[in-house]
Design a protein around this ligand. Sequence first.
Ligand code: NAG
Length: 221
Amino acid sequence: MKFTVSTLLFAAAAAAAVSTVSAETWKITNEDSGSRQNLCALQVSTCQNNCGGPDQAPMAFCNTTTMAWGCGCLKKTPDFETWNWPIPAADCKGSNDVCVNNCNGQSGDRSKCFISCQDTHKCNTEDAPVSYTETDDTSTEPRYVGPAVSYKGDKLGDLNDGNDRSNLVASEDESSSNSDDSSSKEGETDKEKDSKNSDATSVFKTASLALAAVVFAAVSI
Ligand SMILES: *[C@@H]1O[C@H](CO)[C@@H](O)[C@H](O)[C@H]1NC(C)=O
């Protein structure tokens, strides 16, 4: 039996079709352990620099498991723009990447979808979506998902990053303070999201394995 190029293309197309059944869901803790550690180190050093040195930054923390972060200086209020701190910036970029991936998973004309990702993810600017990762201390778990509003306070369109924000209402202080009131209801929602996300991941893995098996079979014939 011989495998032709078209057999392979068919297998690839089938694998791709399966992998896009569930949308990808973004959460900053999706980053692997190495990336989380690098990001945390950068977050802490950026805080220390802003404060004027490590001895001036008693409240520079970052939890490499939850990515909860905070910055407080001894003699000043940190004056770094929130959307430029390493973790909020990475949170925006990750959400944007998932938005684009989710557009790619759509059929038909995707250009509107891509433009919408750009409009809702003006990362590293005051128009970026607020990152709900900042907490009061290292053991408080971030909220992660909050209303889609910018740091400037504008309501944003659908971030299309797999997180359901339909029942979240922006409070008046949402854009200025990343409140982290983690009620048990939100905890449940997070768990649901986690399982959704791992479903999508496992479907993708299965599809990738199937494709790899076909390619391997073709090569070894
Ligand atoms: C990180 O957060 C988790 C969960 O809130 C907590 O159990 C853990 O102790 C924290 N790690 C550090 C180093 O504070």
